[in-house]
Design a protein around this ligand. Sequence first.
Ligand code: GAL
Length: 366
Amino acid sequence: MKPTSLFSLAFFSLLASSVFGTDVRSVESGTVWKDTDGNAINAHGGGILYHEGVYYWYGELKIGQTYLPLVNKKWGGTRVLAGGVSCYSSTDLVNWKNEGVVLPANPEDPDHDLACENVIERPKVIYNARTGKFVMWLHQDSPNYQAARSGVAVSDTPTGRFKYLGSFRPNAGAKPINVTSEDLVPTPANLLARDLAGGQMSRDMTLFVDDDGTAYQFYSSENNQTMHVSQLSDDYLRPVGKYARIFVGRAMEAPAVFKRGGKYYLIASGCTGWDPNAARSAVADSIFGPWQELENPCVGEGADITFGGQSTYVLPVAGKPDSFIAMFDLWEKWNLPDSRYMWLPIEFSASGQPIIRWKERWNLPN
Ligand code: GAL
């Protein structure tokens, strides 16, 4: 069966129903998921924060016409004007209440980082127990994706509004902890060396908070060719300058990181814009690596294109040890606001390989 027919078979969305008195909460992919007001959930490239019994889903608000800016014509980088970051809340992962735009784009000032003409992608929010603040990091960029910066915003509450603090290229003035002398040779192709003083390029990104409360940013750097894992300061507002290069030259994007049985796992995509490619997976004993690349976690028909999706986050289900949901975007390149979602459970082989199978419908653990 072709992946397209896979999707045409899959016509149901998030369902909450009561069957013989047992709550069945089903997840389906590819259809329009509605919030509790009946509107389509608009939270793309997103991630989820679980805080005090509530899941908060943050994502890119994509509205309006999809267009292909001339500057992106060569690589097909379609876009919509940036809307900002939306937030939805839920206690059961099925019923999502729209909490509004928690970090709006700035329609007034074309020179602002968050100007609608610019790029606001892959927002992630973490809670800092030391400061009591909610901290958002996002990919901030110019329309042609050449700025390649990280933006940071902060809020006293999970539903904002977040206060935007600004953007930067991470780790200015710092060398990676696993740097080699060869990495420092200043050739035109050596972007790491070029950017040592001014800060490293950062595009697709995620955040991960370890058990000890230390937070890390994973970002696609060096023009998407190599990923960096970078430790954040105690207040989570900036990098401390301790970072490692991982998956050197492997062109990985869309990172999603989680921890299982004391090991760190990463799921990511290759680098083909909005078009799907084969997912990647990797494992490490230490967050700074070495990371061992594993197999494509997706198996079965359509696995070579991640069943049409691209990773965005892995959610550990609260109170359900060893239960992880892999969240993917199903991008609609020529109608980006109509991009859909695909959430699938992760299984693990005896050797620890994450396995993701296409499922028409599956039930969330009760
Ligand atoms: C993808 C990336 C998305 C978005 C897109 C633009 O590779 O994962 O977040 O930046 O390119 O074409």
